[in-house]
Design a protein around this ligand. Structure first.
Ligand code: GDP
Length: 178
């Protein structure tokens, strides 16, 4: 089954987003991670696809050994996992483009990994400010890329972006079945 993975810096709002996507209205979801690692969690959604919760990156407080382990796991999953269909990279909509995220996306591009961006916590500022930040972000990406990745604006607080993200996943699933 196709896998859709979510990743971002610690505290970007990944857990809240995953909750927003899967609860109310609830998606039929079962945890399907077979023991081994507590760092990558698979959830089977509607028996159709897996939502994959990847560990956050760039959280130095974890210590170097843990960081190395996490980085290896992320690299392994993103580059080697055949079922990996689209990686959603979460970025905080309030911040200017962060080096660590830009470098991560550049690495994805170099390796031909399909990804989309989710701008999180959009309720924390005016919609005008969010638009401004998103445009600025896309301008920066344009300097690196010919083709821009799809992007979504979300708020877990206000439940925005849910339908768009789930529809996007469904549309890819439908195209895979053809
Ligand atoms: P994670 O570390 O990426 O999983 O981030 P969390 O989902 O735990 O969120 C980090 C903090 O941001 C928590 O205090 C959340 O309540 C808050 N947060 C996350 N998403 C949103 C959002 O959409 N709106 C607001 N206002 N706060 C959010």
């Amino acid at each position: 089954l196709p896998e859709y993975a979510f990743i971002g810096r610690s505290n970007v709002g990944k857990s809240s987003l995953i909750n927003m996507l899967t609860k109310q209205p609830k998606l039929a979801m079962t945890s399907a991670t077979p023991g081994k690692t507590l760092l990558i969690n698979h959830f089977l959604v509607n028996k159709e696809w897996y939502l994959v919760d990847l560990p956050g990156y760039g959280y130095a407080q974890r210590g170097k050994k843990m960081m190395d382990k996490i980085q290896k796991l992320i690299e392994y999953y993103v580059l080697e996992r055949e079922q990996m269909t689209c990686l959603f990279v979460l970025v905080d909509s309030r911040l200017e483009p962060q080096k660590i995220d830009l470098e991560f996306m550049e690495w994805l591009g170099e390796n031909g990994v399909p990804f989309a961006i989710i701008f999180t916590k959009s309720d924390k500022q005016s919609s005008g400010k969010t638009k401004f930040n998103v445009n600025r972000y896309m301008e920066v990406l344009k300097e690196q890329w010919e083709e821009l990745p799809p992007y979504f604006i979300s708020s877990s607080e206000k439940k925005t972006g849910r339908k768009e993200i789930l529809d996007y996943i469904e549309s890819i699933n439908n195209s895979l079945q053809k």
